[in-house]
Design a protein around this ligand. Structure first.
Ligand SMILES: [Fe+2]
Ligand SMILES: [Fe+2]
Length: 379
């Protein structure tokens, strides 16, 4: 599909936002490239100013040729990135295309090379970061296994709960919480498991076991967001067909685990990442620009490293690109991310349409969606 015939990414009322986001991305990419090439600070500022005003075409005659050339390249690069949902290309393919255009004389070879070497972390290097993450909690793993097994018995859940006094307390607290509102106080684990049900217990167990990974104040908001997406995904799974609500909840808990890994990037990269975000660049673009991959790809590595079921790996890998996976879970997570308003990526009408279609949900139903009874699992 050519750029000129592609449908709009955003509705008309969102064009202003999309235009602003595009200009911001061009500015961020251009300044990043200029830094790489050792350009002076004054040139970087001018690049930023021209990109934000999107004046590189209008001002082509007045601006120095190298600035115009660089902005043309970055504008093209950003457009290709923005049209990924339509064209099914990867970051590497975009780079190959740019190199071909540079060979044909459309762009400066030096600038394209600068852009191509921009990623400073290779995806396989993320393995080293993943290896430094805490191991996936055994209790959460057992809870996931039970939640996915329709024949699982309550005694198996009890066995797990009794092995850990903290989890036992968590289950009793939840069973007596206003959400479950028992008529009389529940005092034993057997009563709690039978009253709450196996699946609800597994959700509480998985969340309680996984939560300590998000203990530091820096990643605490990520835990709250993961919990929100987990609840939304579960609610959507109950409203639609084709996905197991427990699996949806657990994949929601895991969906952004790649961000946990990216927070462990070397300090100089982490500060550049923070800088890009502070410039209004959304995380998915900032990650691609800096690393050549995003938190979804990093998260899939983490999930594989933890030996979790393949369904979770795919759900995490494609939760921002549902068009790339035939499974329904990535679409469900995409919609849950959308409802959470986390703004990790440019909202795409194309992806929303694809995800809604896969879940047999109309846009109106999605917009009206509310979690009627949010599950209060381990805040
Ligand atoms: Fe997210
Ligand atoms: Fe995400």
């Amino acid at each position: 599909m050519s750029l000129s015939t592609a449908p709009p990414i955003l509705a008309a009322d969102q064009n202003r936002t999309a235009g602003t986001a595009h200009r911001r991305r061009v500015a961020v990419a251009a300044v990043e490239l200029a830094k790489r090439l050792g350009w002076a600070a004054a040139q970087q500022s001018e690049l930023q100013r021209l990109a934000e005003a999107h004046e590189h075409r209008e001002r082509a005659r007045e601006s120095p040729a190298e600035l115009t050339e660089m902005l043309e390249l970055c504008c093209f690069f950003v457009q290709r990135w923005e049209y990924m949902p339509y064209e099914m290309v990867s970051f590497e393919q975009i780079m190959e295309e740019l190199k071909g255009l540079a060979r044909d004389g459309f762009f400066s070879q030096r600038y394209v090379e600068g852009l191509a070497v921009m990623p400073t972390v290779r995806l396989d290097q993320i393995e080293q970061i993943v290896a430094r993450l805490p191991v996936f909690p055994a209790v959460a793993l057992k809870a996931i296994e039970i939640a996915r097994n329709p024949l699982a018995s309550a005694s198996r859940v009890e066995e797990i709960v009794t092995s850990d006094p903290v989890l036992a307390g968590e289950i009793l607290r939840t069973a007596n919480s206003p959400l479950f509102s028992p008529v009389a106080e529940i005092r034993t684990l057997r009563q709690a498991v039978s009253y709450m049900g196996i699946q609800a217990c597994c959700r509480v167990l998985a969340a309680a076991a996984f939560r300590p990974m998000f203990q530091s104040p820096l990643v605490r908001p990520l835990w709250n967001h993961s919990l929100e997406v987990a609840r939304l995904a579960e609610g959507l799974a109950r409203r639609t067909h084709g996905t197991n609500p427990e699996e949806a909840f657990l994949s929601g808990l895991l969906h952004d685990v790649g961000r946990l890994a990216l927070w462990k990037l070397p300090a100089h990269l982490a500060s550049r990442y923070e800088f890009l975000l502070s410039q209004g660049c959304e995380p998915m673009f900032a990650e691609t620009l800096l690393c050549g991959f995003d938190h979804a790809a990093a998260g899939a590595r983490v999930v594989r490293h933890w030996c979790l079921p393949e369904a979770f790996e795919k759900a995490v890998a494609y939760h921002h690109q549902p068009e790339r996976c035939p499974d329904p879970l990535p679409s469900l997570l995409y919609l849950a991310e959308h409802l959470s308003s986390s703004q990790e990526d440019l909202p795409s009408l194309a992806r929303l349409a694809i995800a809604c279609e896969k879940m047999s949900l109309s846009r109106e139903q999605l917009d009206d969606f509310q979690v009627l009874a949010p599950l209060q699992v381990v805040e």
